[in-house]
Design a protein around this ligand. Structure first.
Ligand code: DGL
Length: 270
C-alpha cells in the first residue's frame, strides 16, 4: 500500500533569528518536510518582556502560521514556550510543540545527582517553566535557574568567542559550581551557538533543547502518520516582521548556509 504523504508545512515561530537553531535541528531530523519559519524581528527581544505581552505576540504569530495551513506548530522561542504553551495548545487545532518539555525530559534522563541547572532569558527563568516541567517528572530534583541576558546580544553581534564572551559566561555561570548540578539546560534559542564556551566554564553535560525538540516533532509526525514522503525538493519559506536583510545576515551565520525565499509580513495583519 502506498503511504500517504502530507505536504502541509511544519510551522515554526520565534521572536527573531534565534529560532533558526531549532529550524536547523528540525531540518536535520526531517529533511523532506516543507517548513515555514516566522521570526518576529519587529518585536524582538521577548526575553525582557512581561508575560502578557509575550502571550499576545505568541498568539499573533501562531495565527499567522495557521493561516498558512501548517500541520504542526513549533514554538522555537524558549520565552514564548515558557509563557504561552498551555494556552496555544488549548486554542489551536494542531499539535503544538514547545522547547521546554523536551529539554526538561532529556535533562531528567541525564541527571544522576538530581541537581539540574537551567539558563535562559529573564522572562523564561522568572516563569519557572523548566523547574515546573522537571518537577512534574521527578519532584525530588533540585533546580537552579540563572538568567543570562547578555548572551543574546553578544551572539547576535557575532561575539561568540574571545575574552568578552568568556568573561561574561564566567560571571553568569561560576555560581553553578557551588550548586553542584550535573546537567545544564540551554534554555534559550541562542545558547547552542556558544555551547563550547559554556561547556568550557561549567564542565558538565549540556542539554540542547533545540535538538530534543526536533526529535519530539518527528515522533509526533510519525505517530500521526502525517510525514511528507515525496522525493521532490521540500519548500522552505521564511517570514519576518521587520528588516529581512538583517535576518539574512545574522541567520546565515546561525545556520551556516544561505537563506533565500524570505518575505516581510505586515505586523498589522498578524
Ligand atoms: N528566542 C528567545 C528565547 O529563546 C531569545 C531572544 C529573545 O529574548 O527574544 O528565549
Amino acid at each position: 500500500m502506498k503511504t500517504r504523504s502530507d505536504k502541509r508545512p511544519i510551522g515554526i515561530f520565534d521572536s527573531g533569528v534565534g529560532g533558526l537553531t531549532v529550524f536547523k535541528e528540525i531540518k536535520k531530523e526531517l529533511p523532506r518536510e516543507n517548513i515555514i519559519y516566522l521570526g518576529d524581528t519587529a518585536r524582538v527581544p521577548y526575553g525582557i518582556r512581561s508575560p502578557e505581552i509575550v502571550m499576545k505576540y505568541s498568539f499573533e504569530n501562531a495565527k499567522f502560521l495557521m493561516s498558512k495551513g501548517i500541520k504542526i506548530l513549533v514554538v522555537a522561542c524558549n520565552t514564548s514556550s515558557s509563557i504561552s504553551l498551555p494556552s496555544l495548545v488549548e486554542n489551536f487545532p494542531v499539535d503544538v510543540v514547545g522547547v521546554v518539555a523536551p529539554g526538561a525530559r532529556a535533562a531528567v534522563a541525564r541527571s544522576r545527582k538530581k541537581k539540574i541547572a537551567v539558563i535562559g532569558t529573564e522572562t523564561t527563568i522568572k516563569s519557572g517553566s523548566y523547574a515546573k516541567a522537571i518537577k512534574a517528572i521527578d519532584k525530588s530534583i533540585v533546580i537552579n535557574g540563572i538568567a543570562c541576558p547578555l548572551f543574546v546580544p553578544l551572539v547576535e553581534e557575532g561575539w561568540t568567542k574571545g575574552n568578552i564572551m568568556t568573561l561574561t559566561a564566567k560571571k553568569y555561570l561560576s555560581p553553578l559550581k557551588k550548586f553542584g548540578a550535573d546537567v545544564l539546560i540551554l534554555g534559550c534559542t541562542h545558547y547552542p551557538i556558544i555551547k563550547d564556551v559554556i561547556a568550557g566554564v561549567v564542565k558538565i553535560p549540556l542539554i540542547d533543547s533545540a535538538a530534543e525538540t526536533a526529535k519530539e516533532v518527528r515522533r509526533i509526525l510519525e505517530e500521526r502518520k502525517i510525514l511528507r514522503h515525496d522525493s521532490g525538493k521540500p519548500k522552505v519559506e521564511f517570514f519576518v516582521t521587520d528588516a529581512p536583510e538583517k535576518f539574512v545576515q545574522i541567520g546565515e551565520r546561525f545556520l551556516g548556509q544561505t537563506i533565500s525565499n524570505i518575505s516581510k509580513v505586515n505586523i498589522d495583519i498578524l
